[in-house]
Every structure is written in C-alpha cells, then in structure tokens.
Design a protein around this ligand. Structure first.
Ligand code: DHE
Length: 514
C-alpha cells in the first residue's frame, strides 16, 4: 500500500495538486521538529516560541536555512508562496496541547555519557569570578575567566535560551533553560555538560531553591510548575496551576525568595500569587510569616511534609514581572494596563500600595541601593524613554530620569557608584547610559558601536569591570573599567545577550536582578 504522504508527493511532483502547508510540514519539517510541531532534534515550531525569534524572519530561515545550525535551506523544494504559507501555518496555535506529565518529562532525561565530574576546578581562574555569556546567535554559552577574560569553554545550549541561568549556592553547577522547556545542567568545575531534561513544552524561566536542591520551571505549555531535583534532574513534582476559582493559568515566572525559603510564582491568567515552600520543615504553612489576625487569608495545601506546600495570595488582578525588596517582604508587580506598579506585602498576603508607572515598567529588571539612608529602587520602562526611581520606604516615585529611549535592563554593583541603563528600542538602541546613584543624573552616555544594539551589563565579582553586550550576530562583549568608564577589551561573541557572574548571582548582589 502507498503511504498517504508518498502518494501526495507523487501527485505533487506530477503537478496534479497544490500541497497545503500541513503537507509541506509533514514532508520537510516533521522529522526534526516533531509531527506535533513540539520539537525533536530541532526546536518546537509554535507561535509561543517563534514570536520571540529575533534575527532572520521565519520565511528567510525556511528559504535559506540557519547558519551554524542543522537547519537546511528549502528554497529549492518550495516556491515563495509555499514558504509564506508554511510560515503562516507555523504561526498558527496548535489545536490541542498534549499532556506533559512527569512520565513524559522523565523519558526525555539525557545524561551526557562523556561527563566526568572533577574533584576541583580544572582551571586556575577564581571559580567565584567566572562569568557566563549567553550567545543567542548560535545557541552557545561562553565561560569567561572574570580576571583575564579568557574563554575557558564554549558549549552548546538548547535552542533559544531565555532568562538568567541559575547557579547552585556553592557556584559549582549551573542550570540553563530554553523557551522549549529544556533544562541543561553544566558543571563549571569540570567545564562539562552533565545532562538535559525537557521540563515543559513552552517555558518561561527557572529558579533554584535556597539550599540548591530543587529547580522550579515555570511553564506556559502546559500550565504547570515543574519541580526537578538538581542532583540528577529527576522530576520531583509537576504541579498543575489552577486558581481557587478553577481557572487554569500559565506561569509568567518563578522566583527564588531566599529569606522565605520558598519560590514565588506570578500567574498570568488568575488574580493570585503563589508561594511554594522549599523547606521540608516548613510550618503547617508559613505560620512564621503570617501576622496572626491575617491567618485566615492563607490557604494551605497540606503535603506530607512542608516541602512544596503551597500558599495562595489573592490579589485584585493578575500581576507579573516582579521586583522584590531585599528582605523579600514586599514585591512590586506590573498591572495589566501597563500604567501601574502594585506593591504586595508577602507576609500579610495582600496589596498595600500602588505606584503610578505609565509606559509599561519592566520591574523584573529593577535594582535597589541605599541613598541618603533610604532604600530606593529603579526600574526601566519598555514603552517610554525613562527610568523611575522609587523610595521603597513610602512607595513614592522619587524621580523620573529621561533616557534616549525605552530600555530593557539595569545593572549596578555594591562597589559601584553608577547604574548602567541600556536603550533597547528605537533609533538610539546603540546607547548605554551611566547614571550616578546619588545625584540620579546621567553622567555619561556611551555609544561604543554606532548603529549596533548595545544592552545588558554584568559586573565582575569586585565591581571593578562592567561587561556590555553588543547584541548583534557579529557582536562582542565590551569590558569597561567601571570607575573611569574607559573601554579596556572587546571579546568577539555571536549575539551575546545576558552575562552572569557566579559570585554576584549566588550572593544576590544588590545591583543584580534575580
Ligand atoms: Fe526576558 C529575563 C520575561 C522578552 C532576554 N525575561 C526575564 C525574566 C522574565 C522575562 C520573567 C526573569 C527570568 C529569570 O531570569 O529568571 N522577557 C520576558 C517577557 O515577558 C518578554 C517581555 C516577552 C517574552 O516573550 O518572553 C521578554 N527577554 C525578552 C527578549 O525579547 C529578550 C531581550 C531576548 C530573548 O532572549 O528573548 C529577553 N530576559 C532576557 C534576558 C534575561 C531575561 C537576557 C535575563 C536577565 C538577567 O540579567 O537576569
């Protein structure tokens, strides 16, 4: 019997029927990207991940392939119209999303057979001053010696890494997540990949528990939180995310709250914030954190132990993109209308203030520092060229600092007098502002590569050097003297995005978003 796909290909060759994009998908794409479009050797081809694809557009990738990957060109097999139709098909949501249970996740677990753990770092560099550079141009991470800026290793990641890699508290292992839900474990001491597991189908970010034993993966598809053991990437629990009123919700992001020994979850589709205990001895549920007369606001899901017990905080409307105060008593979330920040007291479990923050604040990039004896924070705005500086004692906006366009990331360091603020959108996206933390004035505007996007800063362990990404395919990481603001080095990189210093991350340095 002739298989339908072979039969239709014969008809196509004979020019008898015009293939539809689903047929083209089955013929040319399914082998690598999965019959269900959820990925295989190649990434998932669904709108949730494709809309974030920066660089060459989808039609260009289908026609010409993708450099430095296994993706071939199809312009000989498909004409321009067929390529356009196929791209439209790939941007159409799936009719149904399959289950992604703990059994499915476990089936994907892969341990690198070449991995040999080392007893001590296999390099002379300071293991606490290692900095990882995510290179999105060809899906690699470079491991930099933070003193000499030598590249100690460059390893392949899953396709389309997003969010900050998360380090174990001793700085030895790091976990990296892709938008397709793959989590990769890498051993910094031995400079080797340990393994991978697919924890979700479309994921947002990861967080590691205070003790470094558990990794939480926030998922859009399916609507779950996956909890993995960091020791061997095995599944500890898949938690369906369903609100008190029964609404299934995507998880916008998960954050570690170290002082609380918990994960905090931003729910995309329900007016709740979740707190998930990572302490096996957690009190029945957070008794220690709850003001006595507020106890009735806390709903506990009993678990055999305190580990992964959940607490719901009900709020007026869904919030996401959280900034946390240093003590993790308060968070500020962005309201849906893109005009307000809402302050939630996590101890009492309710909203306590609102801040006027028009132009879509990007609170997740917020940083805080001490100024005139008061703790202040600053946040960029994704739709307005300004930074808002907020007094976290009275939740008032202290100052709005004008910038040359909307920015994405902010960074500082406890040893630095400056904040570094990029301009990510618009004609001035080649600009990086340096702002004095005391006067709140722009002291210098850097334009290191006219016309090229310049974004995201990370400091070395001691704060003496600032590393800036030239966010282009043929890009670079520029090393600046963080005090004189002079350029010292340029390290060629393939579209470098985020950079992450081990020490700054594991010590929750005050100039770093977590
Ligand atoms: Fe991100 C971090 C959400 C688009 C690059 N981004 C984060 C985090 C969240 C988030 C919740 C914190 C996670 C963490 O580190 O654990 N990002 C979102 C969005 O909702 C948004 C606006 C749209 C989306 O579709 O996801 C978005 N992000 C982008 C991009 O377009 C960026 C610039 C390029 C890309 O790779 O997709 C981008 N996001 C980053 C980076 C971080 C990040 C580099 C880590 C910053 C850090 O210093 O920790």
């Amino acid at each position: 019997m002739i298989r339908p796909i072979v039969f239709s290909s014969i008809l196509l060759l004979a020019g008898i029927v015009q293939a539809d994009p689903a047929q083209h998908y089955a013929s040319y794409c399914a082998d690598c990207h999965g019959a269900d479009r959820l990925g295989g050797a190649g990434p998932a081809l669904i709108p949730q991940t494709l809309k974030r694809m920066r660089g060459p557009n989808l039609e260009g990738v289908i026609a010409n392939g993708r450099a430095a990957t296994q993706m071939p060109a199809f312009n000989a097999e498909l004409d321009a119209q067929a390529i356009t139709d196929l791209a439209t098909y790939l941007k159409t949501p799936l009719d149904t999303v399959p289950d992604w249970t703990s059994a499915h996740i476990t089936e994907t677990l892969w341990r690198d057979p070449g991995y040999r753990p080392a007893d001590a770092p296999v390099f002379d560099a300071d293991p606490m001053n290692i900095t990882l550079v995510v290179e999105t141009g060809d899906h690699h991470v470079s491991v930099l010696d933070g003193d000499t800026f030598d590249v100690l290793d460059r390893f392949e990641t899953p396709f389309a890494v997003h969010g900050g890699p998360k380090f174990t508290p001793d700085g030895r292992y790091v976990f990296i997540m892709s938008r397709d839900g793959w989590v990769q474990k890498y051993d910094i001491w031995s400079l080797q990949q340990v393994g991978r597991v697919r924890a979700g189908l479309n994921s947002r970010n990861i967080a590691i528990s205070r003790d470094g034993k558990h990794l939480a993966v926030a998922n859009y598809l399916p609507m779950t939180l996956t909890l993995l053991s960091t020791a061997d990437l095995s599944v500890e629990r898949v938690m369906p995310v369903i609100s008190k009123s029964g609404v299934h919700s995507r998880v916008s992001a998960v954050y570690q709250a170290p002082q609380r020994d918990s994960f905090i979850l931003a729910l995309k589709d329900a007016p709740e914030i979740w707190e998930v205990a990572t302490d096996p001895d957690a009190d029945p549920v957070y008794e220690g954190f709850v003001h006595s007369q507020e106890k009735d606001m806390i709903e506990a899901i009993p678990s055999s132990e305190g580990l992964f017990a959940r607490r719901r905080i009900e709020i007026a409307e869904p919030l996401d993109d959280f900034f946390f105060t240093d003590d993790y008593r308060h968070l500020v979330g962005a309201a849906r209308d893109g005009k307000r920040g809402v302050v939630v007291n996590l101890n009492v479990g309710r909203e306590i203030a609102e801040l006027p923050l028009p132009g879509m604040p990007h609170l997740g990039s917020g940083i805080s520092w001490e100024r005139d004896g008061r703790r202040v924070m600053a946040t960029p705005h994704l739709k307005e060229g300004r930074l808002s500086v907020i007094d976290t004692g009275n939740w008032r906006v202290l100052k709005s600092i004008d910038t040359d366009g909307p920015g994405f990331f902010l960074r500082s360091h406890e040893n630095s007098p400056y904040i570094w603020a990029d301009v990510f959108f618009g004609p001035n996206r080649d600009v990086m502002h340096v702002i004095d933390k005391q006067s709140l004035e722009v002291v210098k505007t850097l334009r290191p590569e006219p016309g090229a996007t310049v974004a995201h800063v990370e400091f070395t362990r001691d704060g003496s050097r600032a590393l800036v990404s030239v966010w282009e395919d043929d890009g670079a990481v520029i090393v600046y003297d963080a005090n004189t603001l002079k350029e010292l080095r340029r390290l060629p990189m393939r579209k470098p995005s985020g950079k992450y210093n081990v020490f700054n991350k594991i010590t929750f340095s005050e100039g770093t978003s977590h």
